[in-house]
Design a protein. Sequence first.
Lengths: 263, 278
Amino acid sequence: MAATAKKKAKNSSFGQTVIDGKNVTKIFGETVTALEGADFNIRAGEFISLVGPSGCGKSTLLRLVAGLIEKTSGDLTVNNEVVTKPRTDIGMMFQKAVLLDWRTAIENVLLPSEIQHRITQDDKNKAMASLDLVGLKGFEFHFPKQLSGGMQQRVALARLIQTGANIMLMDEPFGALDEFTRERLNIELERIVGELKATTLFVTHNIQEAIFLADRVLVMTPRPGRIAKIIDVEFDRPRDISIQTSRDFNIIVEEVRDTLGGH
Amino acid sequence: MKTMNFVISFLKYSLSFVIVLGLWEAYARYGGLNELFLPRPSKIGDKLYNLFFKFEIIEQGTIYWHFFATLAQMSIGFCYGIIIGNTLAIIAAFNETFRRYIAPYAVVFNVTPGIAVLPLIIAWFGFGWESKIALATLVCFFPPFINTLTGLLKKNDEAIELFQTIGATHSQYFWKQQLPNALPEIFAGLKLAITTALLGTIVAQFGSATEGVGILMQRFAFRLDMAGSFASLVTMAIMGLLVFTIAEVLDRRIVFWRDTKGLERVSRKKQRKLSSND
């Protein structure tokens, strides 16, 4: 664990390419170009933020990788396999927690296991551990409606961990939360993803959040949606929230702003 | 403290009930009411006492026989109604062609006053129990149909995406998300159906019957036995309350996640179950 924590976000420190997109284009209907000519290459263990205003195609890109929608043209592979449908080594988190109201926190976390096979004691232990990891020890038997918005997203994260997927796609998971909760969850997400060594694609429209979490930021611009710039973020991990006030951090913020500002 | 509050509110309701009955009784005794229209409460009470505790026989049976005959006819009609309603709803939810071209007939069926079909029903099913069951079925199938359909069609794009990403099949999505998600609407439909089924049964009994609370009401009214008619009415109200309460309790038990109390109860139960397993 210490080794991952100390790792520098240098491109060389990551594994081989897991997600590879070349000239990926998605056109909805006849005329709406949601994503145009996107080239991206994501390596194992990398944390990638996709940042941009609404309509820039960031959610579209995420859903293409997830296999939830089909690309119009271009090449897109995950672990060297062409993406045609959702796959279980890719897990997803949404802006809403999407928990089943009639299931307790632990029963929600167990859902992915239950879809695959009969629940075993191992699954239950793993679910307890997942909930512990996201800081929900003692809330296993609470129902979603008995939890705050932030805690509901923690359950959703535990459910994502439970899938065992080593690629995690997150579509503005903290977008509906208040600023304080969002900040706390960012810090914990950074820690958890580091522990799991998962490859992560994180969609957000919050520039600070995007930079704080990422090894690389994909800045996207709208009409048509395209990747305008890819920026490396080389802060040591684990990161402290105080880096957000540092000079280096704000230089990157400026760079993102400039890229978005032209549009 | 909780029981204390309950006792106090119960006393308040009882008191207001007694006051209304008392005023009615007093006004009737004073001669202000023509008892051929509205009998005094004590006479209705007497009649109820005779029916329920002296086992007065009307039309070859005690009130209990009439009560349970009605309850049985209603229950069978209700069961047919919810089976038909829910089956149609499930087909309509999954088949757009069916939903577009067949479902409108159900709506036309519903706006046609169901009880007006009674003469036809009697022509088809005769004077026995079948016609009562048929009318009950006919008037009660629509609420479950429309409610279950609404519940199953509730838009839930993110849940669909979640189930896709964890590799769920269509049937897993149906059983684990779509159906439980529709349960609040399904139960709302059942609660509406149960009272309309009672209505259908009793109206069918007016048409022709040898047993049932409806026929009691009719015989008493024809004899201008107003106390008897009102006693029948009270009996119907009791029956309605009984079946509605059963539906309400089932609803609270099964769709527990609608209110905080239900959530707390089930949450505690699950926690206890785990600690007893250890």
